[in-house]
Design a protein around this ligand. Structure first.
Ligand SMILES: Nc1ncnc2c1ncn2[C@@H]1O[C@H](COP(=O)(O)OP(=O)(O)OP(=O)(O)O)[C@@H](O)[C@H]1O
Length: 632
């Protein structure tokens, strides 16, 4: 439509130009003044409503920061710009609805139609007016279009700003949501913290209460500490005094220690000297000595023993006196005396302690490092076991318990001088030329075989034997009891509890003085020989006869060995019997030997007693090698 108008406008301009050229004088002069608003009043009426709508719709999206365009239309410029309201009116003009409405052109046309046909000039004027009107409207449209463009640009700008702001707002909202979430979590934490706080407050209360108690306790303690400190200061001064005294005592102890050390040296020298002298005395007494002991009459202790005479002033002689009938008559009865001399003779009233007193010097030698052997020889029932072991009663104790007691006591005393001793006991018997362990505790049928073996240091030992470490006398007594239970005894005509075997108690002694770097090693053998007996007298039969034969055989061999030693024979038949083989070291070697010859007081034992005394006398004449101490 606008194109048609332009075309019309073009044709009208041509027509005007033509009419100007031709009829300019007749045409009325057209005012160039723009149309007043009233001319288009009816077309412009709806426009403000639309503008308001647009403004309202714009305002809906209008950000707070956007500058609101002026509502009132701006005054038209020299270039004939229309206000926005007018522009809206112009924009609304081309709409279909508006087209149906009666327009200004139609009115002009109506006016023109009213002109008479000849009024061409008027018609041209009308047309020119129309054209001008259209032009002004076109200008107005253009202006309005421009304004709209500016407005659109502003709106676009506003929109962009709004979008930007929206974006910022969204971002802000996001931030706020994040903050809100944080706040929610903080709130949760706060709740937890609150609960914890409540718990802590309870704890705090509890602790506060406890603290109150502790504070009270502390106050009490502080008071006590004050008391103790005051006591301490007193004690400190006392301590200082004591320390002074202690220093003095230490000095004294030091000097005493030096004195003790000197005295210990002297004591050690004295001890070694004593051992040397003791040994010299023992050697002078003879390395094999014989003591004779006469048993009292068992059933009548007060009974006299006419055939055994013990000189009152000589405790080393014994006389066996026998009255023999003369072949020529009763008056010619003669008395035959058999006089024997030994190292010591003990009468029937001698006590166990008197007997031991003489042996104790030998026992001391064992502790000094010399081998010592003591054996009891005599007919059955003469008191050998009594002499060696004795009874349970204290004053009836024999050589073995007394020797052990002395050894332990002496070892204890020597401990103060730096000596340490180890005692090992063994108990063996020779029964029917068979070795048996008297300390065996196993089943009888499980007894091992025992054999005599020579050791590297020319000593003799028995294989498979029990060796018991002993430290007290009681331990040794228990071993003696065990040995007695195991020992072969039998009731014989001569003795209710006759020992049917030789028993050998051996105590190995090892001493060491670490400070002096001195060692000694020795053994103490205490032998209770089986009793010799005459076959006819004992009337032994069967097993007893066999035992007696073995006993007599081994004792005979003992006699042979002692005779060979006495005669200084080159060959000594030690191996003839287990007894001599086992006692080889004691009889002919490096040992101090003591033999008890026990005599029965009964007259009917005269022959046996004589034999025993003869045997003992032979031993007494025997000179065995000089014993040397086993020292390192
Ligand atoms: N000196 C003594 N004083 C008192 N009683 C003694 C004395 N000597 C021995 N007896 C007693 O004489 C008895 C026989 O002594 P014992 O058993 O010691 O002899 P034995 O020589 O060992 O005999 P066997 O060789 O047969 O074993 C025992 O009852 C013992 O108590």
């Amino acid at each position: 439509m606008f194109g048609a108008l332009v075309r019309v406008h073009g044709s009208l301009r041509d027509l005007t130009r033509m009419s100007k050229e031709n009829t300019s004088s007749r045409l009325p002069v057209m005012s160039k003044r723009p149309l007043s608003s009233t001319t288009d009043g009816e077309h412009q009426q709806p426009a403000p409503k639309k503008i308001r709508k647009v403004e309202m719709s714009l305002q809906k999206f209008k950000p707070s920061t956007i500058v609101v365009p002026p509502k009132r239309p701006r005054p038209a410029t020299a270039t004939n710009k229309l206000p926005l309201s007018r522009a809206a009116t112009v924009v609304a003009a081309p709409s279909r609805s508006d087209a149906k409405k009666p327009s200004a052109h139609a009115a002009a046309a109506k006016g023109a139609s009213k002109r008479p046909g000849w009024d061409l000039k008027g018609k041209v004027t009308d047309l020119e007016n129309k054209i001008q009107n259209y032009q002004s409207r076109l200008k107005s449209f253009n202006q309005e279009n421009e304004d709209l463009k500016v407005s659109k640009a502003e709106m676009q700008k506003n929109k962009t700003q709004a979008q930007e702001e929206n974006k910022h707002l969204k971002q802000h909202i996001g931030d706020l949501e994040d903050k809100l979430a944080n706040l929610v979590s903080v709130k949760d934490e706060l709740e937890i913290t609150t609960k914890e706080k409540d718990g802590l407050q309870k704890d705090l209360k509890k602790l506060t209460d406890e603290n109150g108690i502790l504070v009270k306790l502390r106050d009490d303690m502080t008071t006590e500490i004050c008391n103790i400190q005051s006591q301490l200061s007193v004690q400190t001064s006392a301590l200082a005094h004591c320390q002074d005294e202690l220093r003095m005592c230490q000095d004294m102890v030091k000097s005493l220690q030096e004195l003790v050390a000197r005295q210990q040296d002297e004591l050690h020298c004295g001890e070694m000297e004593r051992r040397k002298l003791h040994n010299t005395i023992q050697e002078l007494k003879g390395n094999i000595r014989v003591f004779c002991r006469v048993r009292p009459c068992l059933h009548n202790r007060e009974a006299t023993i006419p055939h055994i005479q013990l000189p009152a002033n000589d405790n080393k002689a014994i006389t066996l006196a026998k009255t023999e009938e003369s072949h020529v008559g009763r008056a010619a009865e003669t008395q035959k005396n058999y006089i024997f001399h030994f190292d010591r003779v003990f009468g029937p009233h001698s006590t166990q302690s008197e007997v031991f007193e003489e042996i104790s010097l030998l026992v001391q030698s064992a502790l000094d490092g010399y081998n010592v052997c003591c054996f009891a020889y005599g007919q059955t029932g003469s008191g050998k076991t009594f002499t060696m072991e004795g009874d349970d009663m204290e004053d009836m104790r024999g050589v073995i318990p007394r020797a052990v007691k002395q050894l332990f006591e002496s070892a204890h005393m020597l401990h103060e001088q730096g000596w340490q001793y180890i005692f090992t006991a063994s108990f063996v018997e020779i029964y029917n030329e068979t070795l048996r362990d008297l300390l065996y505790k196993g089943k009888p049928n499980k007894r091992p075989e025992y054999e005599i073996k020579k050791t590297t240091n020319n000593d003799f030992t028995v294989t498979n034997l029990n060796f018991q470490r002993v430290t007290t006398e009681e331990e040794v007594y228990k071993l003696i009891i065990l040995a007695n239970q195991n020992r072969s005894t039998a009731r014989t005509n001569m003795n209710d509890y006759s020992s049917r075997s030789h028993s050998i108690f051996r105590l190995d002694i090892e001493g060491e003085n670490i400070g002096r770097d001195t060692k000694c090693k020795s053994s103490l053998c205490l032998v209770d020989l089986a009793g010799s007996e005459r076959i006819q007298k004992s009337q032994s039969q069967g097993e007893r006869f066999k035992e007696m034969t073995a006993i007599n055989s081994s004792l005979t061999n003992l006699g042979i060995v002692i005779t060979a030693l006495a005669n200084k024979e080159s060959f000594v038949p030690y191996r003839n019997s287990k007894l001599t083989y086992l006692l080889q070291g004691c009889l002919g070697g490096n040992s101090k030997t003591l033999m008890f010859v026990n005599i029965s007081p009964e007259e009917e034992s005269f022959g046996e007693s004589l034999n025993s005394l003869r045997f003992a006398s032979k031993v007494n004449d025997c000179v065995i090698g000089t014993a040397t101490a086993n020292k390192k």
